[in-house]
Design a protein. Structure first.
Length: 75
């Protein structure tokens, strides 16, 4: 989904699932976390979001910025 909601100020684990992914969406960036990673073609990659950064929202982008998603944190 391109929008997800999570509980604010709680340690959060984001699971990124790929299935035969070979395009630009296999390279994922979360700028606010300084996170950049090439995801496996198929599998689940877990990204831990620290409690102090689980506030407001975080943007997730592919390497080209064509695909994006947002995690919104609600109290």
């Amino acid at each position: 989904p391109n929008q997800v909601t999570a509980k604010a100020y709680m340690p959060t684990i984001l699971e990124l699932e790929t299935s035969g992914t070979y395009d630009c969406s296999a390279a994922t960036t979360i700028p606010q976390l300084g996170y950049q990673k090439f995801l496996p073609a198929t599998g689940i990659t877990k990204v831990q979001i620290p409690q102090n950064l689980a506030a407001n929202s975080l943007n997730i982008l592919c390497s080209m910025g064509m695909y994006s998603a947002t995690i919104n944190f609600d109290e």
